[in-house]
Design a protein around this ligand. Structure first.
Ligand code: ATP
Length: 309
């Protein structure tokens, strides 16, 4: 159902500042793709170019093989939330969505459906001016969903949401992807993407840093290790070292936990079993995504501790 978003050698310069630098990546349907980068990395500029709101200095961006501006179906083809604060505060939620529906030839009944969907049915006739940021995000998501589009893009959709809102929006994105849509969302926080996205496009200073699955991205960070708890720590450590693993005691001296790298949990368990060593714990520690992200973008943050770089 979804369409592929294809960004190719996309470049945007403002004067002598290069906001987006020969960026190429593909966003596929049926999964949630996170667009990740520190503040000022060029995410919003890229999204605006995909939507045809900014023209590239060089390169191209297409949705379903065609530049977005050439799609006759507009909101019925790509739904987007760019800046939740950028709505007319004097209108009610329902009037705002009705106007959008009219100008995009979307049936009026969709307005009530999407308000219901985002949990704003009760607030439909209230002025948007009095909405919290979280409510404005929900309204922006409602606008993106209005045309029931196969492609959805959201810029920092989780900003300003309360914990319950975050859980709701995660489920919504996952469902939209499961329906076969293309779902592309930006964030500057790895922690937001960790439980939401399947795929990641990571940029820093306008350049591509990584485009891969969340799992592969995590594997780039700290090496995978296995934590083993046992009352026979010294004995097991000797066996594991002999089998080629590297072993570090965990915590304070005399602790009965070992951090093991270089052998998978199954091998460690088998070795212990064969040698009648009792295990109290055997846990594979997955690399922290946050660590991988910090490591990879360390050179690309625009400002470090308030210092322009
Ligand atoms: N209209 C503009 N004129 C000049 N510079 C701009 C303009 N728009 C963006 N920039 C610059 O381009 C760079 C990328 O900005 P962009 O807003 O795309 O980043 P971002 O990754 O979305 O960051 P944030 O999360 O802070 O919004 C920044 O250095 C920004 O200052």
């Amino acid at each position: 159902m979804g369409d592929v978003i294809e960004v190719s050698e996309l470049t945007k310069r403002y004067g002598n500042k290069t906001a987006v630098d020969r960026l190429s990546f593909t966003v596929r349907p049926g999964r949630v793709t996170g667009f990740l980068g520190p503040n000022g990395a060029g995410k919003s500029t890229t999204l605006r170019m995909i939507l045809g709101l900014d023209s590239p200095t060089a390169g191209s961006a297409t949705v379903g093989g065609v530049p977005f501006r050439q799609h006759p179906r507009g909101l019925r083809h790509v739904g987007a939330l760019l800046d939740a604060g950028h709505v007319h505060g004097g209108l009610s939620a329902s009037a705002h969505l009705s106007a959008l529906a009219r100008s995009n030839a979307i049936p009026r009944c969709r307005v009530d459906e999407v308000l219901q969907e985002v949990g704003l049915a009760e607030a439909a006739s209230r002025r948007i001016g009095g909405f919290s940021l979280g409510m404005k995000q929900r309204l922006g998501i409602a606008a993106a969903l209005l045309g029931d589009p196969p492609v959805l893009m959201f810029d920092e959709p989780i900003n300003g949401m309360d914990p319950e809102g975050v859980l709701w929006v995660r489920r919504l994105f996952r469902r939209l992807a499961a329906e076969g849509r293309t779902v592309f969302l930006s964030s500057h926080l790895m922690s937001e993407m960790e439980n939401t996205a399947d795929q990641l496009v990571v940029i820093g200073r306008g350049r591509l840093i990584a485009a891969e699955s969340v799992r592969d991205f995590a594997a780039r960070g700290t090496r995978r290790s296995v934590v083993v708890g046992t009352p026979q720590a010294a004995e097991l450590a000797a066996l594991l070292t002999a089998a080629g693993a590297s072993v570090e005691p965990e915590g304070s001296a005399g602790a009965e936990r070992l951090a093991v790298t270089g052998l998978p949990a199954e091998r460690i368990g088998a070795l212990a079993f064969e040698n009648r060593i009792q295990l109290a714990e055997l846990t594979t520690r997955t690399a922290s995504l946050e660590a991988a992200f910090m490591e990879l973008t360390a050179d690309s943050t625009e400002y470090l501790a308030g210092q322009p770089r």
